[in-house]
Design a protein around this ligand. Structure first.
Ligand SMILES: [Zn+2]
Length: 453
């Protein structure tokens, strides 16, 4: 079957062509009508396959468990121009499920190895690797893609990319005089995620449908165990393991730099955690649990990755070719008990810091600027770690606080009450290393605290 190896033969993409050269009951049904007005009409034609082979550019973010699956799926679906970005190198523990990597590849960049493998195996596809953090690429670079598929395991990276894609959206005035997103500037995101036997697939049309930030409060803040609990009142096996890892080892080997991947170190922590667990009568300390806690590992199941990636790839295909209605806008996969996979729709949050009209925060007028920034760190909608703040028409100047080399010039403002810096209802422009672009934060002074002069 030489024709199947030939990427330019009609037979090679015959199966894909069936989807793009015929219409069907699901083409242009459902969400296209509600998301786009007027709806984008699907016109079956042979040129669509040529379009995805030669023109459409898809970006895969992450070349790990999901990324390997995504690259394979997208290449076999006919996407001919794929970019992949990942900042990691291959670890021996990846090999059981990240099937594009071999023993000899350990230590090499995931993006590079994955690209080489897919290009060798699927003739006619160009996979361009980018071995760097996503933050290293600028807006112009991200603008070059038709669709972006995320196979990430970090909330921070998802937030960053989501905010980047929202910042690319231009606005125009509709015939009714409303400010609406210019759809030609909207680049859809498909987000996949897995944890054990569970997973999700989500489609995001930045500034049109609910963005990642709109629903950020669904993700609990990362559990931080207070050090005093670990040191004094352990309640779980993890507390005992963390005690050995964070307190005992540094005490015993003040000069030592533990290698979390070293089995000897893992054993040392395991043995000491076990002793502590016995003293406090806590069950559950095992070597595997120890490895999981000190390396912060989320269990990865190859079949979950395969299912979630396949669903993501077909969403990307539907979005780019328009051959069927895409997911609106979330699918949960629960593989622990059977194959339950319900879908539901996330609603936009009008107060979303990234795609909404701005976040309203209330604070007493005598609140110090420091305290206000602490509130920004704690607020589940913001979770800003190192914000810089400015306000147009500020009482002491427009810049309220700036990080970096000029920081010392603004330290004096930190203890001032915010009422001496701006008025109630002022819109603060906030930037933070965790979020590209700026956030509009409206600070309302809480009325009961307003002191009448
Ligand atoms: Zn949003």
């Amino acid at each position: 079957m030489a024709t199947l190896d030939d990427p330019d033969s009609a037979e090679r993409w015959a199966d894909v062509s069936l989807l793009t050269t015929r219409s069907g009951p699901l083409a242009n049904e459902g969400n296209y009508g509600t998301l786009f007005n007027p709806p984008v009409i699907f016109e079956p034609m042979p040129e669509i396959v040529q379009f995805i082979r030669n023109m459409a550019r898809v970006l895969v973010v992450g070349a790990g468990g999901l990324g390997c699956e995504l690259l394979k799926d997208l290449a076999l679906m006919g996407f001919g121009q794929i970019d992949v970005i990942d900042m990691d190198t291959i670890d021996v523990s990846n090999l059981n499920r990240q099937f594009l990597f071999r023993n000899a590849d350990v230590g090499r960049p995931k993006a590079t190895v994955a690209a080489e493998f897919v290009m060798k195996r699927v003739k006619g596809v160009t996979v361009t690797p980018h071995y760097c953090p996503i933050q290293e690429k600028d807006a112009e670079w991200y603008r070059g893609f038709q669709v972006i598929v995320m196979g990430l395991d970090s909330i921070e990276a998802r937030r960053w990319l989501n905010a980047m894609m929202c910042s690319l959206v231009r606005y125009e005035t509709s015939e009714a005089g409303e400010r609406v997103p210019d759809l030609t500037s909207v680049i859809p995101l498909v987000d996949g995620g897995t944890e054990g036997f569970q997973g999700h697939v989500r489609t995001i049309y930045p500034c049109v449908s609910a963005c990642f930030e709109c629903t950020l409060d669904l993700f609990p803040p990362q559990q931080a165990v207070p050090l005093c609990t670990i040191a004094e009142t352990p309640r779980s096996a993890a507390h005992c393991i963390l005690y050995a890892h964070l307190i005992e080892y540094p005490k015993e080997f003040p000069e030592g730099k533990p290698d979390k991947d070293d089995p000897a170190y893992q054993n040392w922590v395991y043995t000491h955690a076990l002793e502590r667990a016995k003293r406090f009568n806590i069950p559950g300390v095992t070597l595997m649990h120890t490895q999981g806690v000190i390396k912060n590992i989320i269990p990865a199941i190859a079949s979950t990755n395969a299912i979630v990636a396949a669903a993501c790839a077909s969403e990307a295909f539907k979005i780019v070719t328009n051959c069927a209605a895409f997911l609106d806008n979330n699918l949960m996969y629960m593989g622990g008990q059977g194959l339950y996979a319900p879908t539901f729709k996330y609603e936009r949050n009008a107060q979303c810091v990234v795609c909404g009209d701005g976040v309203v925060m209330t604070a007493a007028p005598q609140t110090s600027l420091t305290l206000l920034m602490e509130k920004m760190a704690e607020d589940p909608r913001l979770r800003l770690k190192a914000p810089s703040l400015s306000v147009v028409g500020g009482k002491k100047g427009d810049t309220l606080y700036m990080r970096g080399i000029l920081e010392t010039e603004y330290v004096a403002y930190l203890d001032l009450p915010i009422s001496e810096l701006f008025d109630s209802g002022a819109t603060l422009h906030v930037t933070d290393p965790g979020v590209p672009g700026s956030i509009r934060l409206i600070v309302e002074f809480a009325c009961e605290d307003i002191v009448l002069e």
